[in-house]
Design a protein around this ligand. Structure first.
Ligand code: FES
Length: 100
């Protein structure tokens, strides 16, 4: 099996107990996970989209991280996902959405 070109991480606020609670989860992370998965598939982007525990940037959530590029995005919405993936296809970050 070939490794994917990208790993896209969506914070879903999981805590050490396994429960999903926190800012990202309460602000659309679950639907972002689904939307990113579908969009990557539709666009032919070779990515694994998965979810994470809290990434300790709650006040800037929902958080999406794209590796190996090391792009960390905050305040992600479905509209922003479209733009983020447009830029990813060009190999560029959306600088205004990056967490500083
Ligand atoms: S809940 Fe997403 S960064 Fe903390």
């Amino acid at each position: 099996m070939k490794n994917p070109n990208y790993t896209i991480l969506v914070c879903n606020s999981y805590r050490i107990t396994g429960s999903s609670q926190g800012f990202c989860s309460k602000n659309g992370a679950v639907s972002l996970l689904e939307y990113l998965t579908e969009e990557c598939s539709d666009r032919g982007i070779d990515a694994v989209v998965t979810t994470t525990a809290c990434l300790n940037l709650c006040s800037q959530g929902p958080i999406v991280v794209i590796q190996p590029n090391n792009y960390w995005y905050g305040g992600v919405t479905a509209d922003k996902v479209d733009i983020i993936l447009d830029y990813l296809e060009k190999g560029e970050p959306v600088k205004k959405f990056l967490i500083e």
